[in-house]
Design a protein around this ligand. Sequence first.
Ligand SMILES: C[S@@+](CC[C@H](N)C(=O)[O-])C[C@H]1O[C@@H](n2cnc3c(N)ncnc32)[C@H](O)[C@@H]1O
Length: 268
Amino acid sequence: MTGRDPVEPPEPTRHSSDPMENQDLRTRADALRWYHRIDLGQGVITRGVDNSPERLARARLPADLSGRSVLDIGAWDGFFSFEAERRGASRVVAADHYAWHGTGWGTGQGKAGFQLAREVLRSRVEDVDIDVMDLSPERVGSYDVVLFLGVLYHLPNPLLALERVASVTRGLLILETVVDMVGLSRPAAAFYPARELNDDPTNWWGPNHAAVTGMLRAAGFGRVDVMSPVRSAPFRAARAVKHWLAGKNSIPSAFRQDRAVFHAYKSA
Ligand SMILES: C[S@@+](CC[C@H](N)C(=O)[O-])C[C@H]1O[C@@H](n2cnc3c(N)ncnc32)[C@H](O)[C@@H]1O
């Protein structure tokens, strides 16, 4: 595990002491369904289903993004986009399509969560409505740092998607994904044609570490670092039982699954 950039935990956001102001913001935030847990300040953290702070720690974003441009692909409510801005990025673009129009958590509210957070945080993060498969330097430009977190396993054509992502990455790509068949050293991927992964029909592929590394190299990245160790057997066993009890997965399948983070560089 090696990284070129130091990472540090985020600092806490400011808090208002005005109870009326806090209540108004709480009411506005609670009127929406959130994926991310975003600290809006004034003591209000959005009630997202995702443990965003924990995933931020695992993603190992560079602590200092000063002067760097960042593209966040599949940004949803924008937690990672706002974090990149907070770390000093000179320009941040949040890109998404499915969650801002789809039939899942975003139903009926479009990108209202992202927009509320951007307003409250007085953020200058830009947004672009685009599908991963339509990414190109002509459409969105190219970026020093690209975030591709929690998206790869949702795509039916992952290698083609990584080629599109590579085309807009100038320097570092931070990729986080579900991995499956962990422990198998040969590049391989589990295929989920129906609801095999977490009872979610939007999940398609669970590549193992070697397959993700191989696809990143094939897509044009000269150096690929695995930034997250496979979590321990007891951790995965406990999680597998939890998933089985929730009716999401069988214990043997869930035991072979994990989430992993890769840092991939255009130059070796
Ligand atoms: C599990 S969420 C991850 C959100 C965020 N990146 C994170 O890591 O917390 C998956 C995201 O991928 C997006 N997504 C899925 N398929 C996509 C596609 N074909 N093009 C663009 N975004 C897509 C969804 O809209 C959603 O925002």
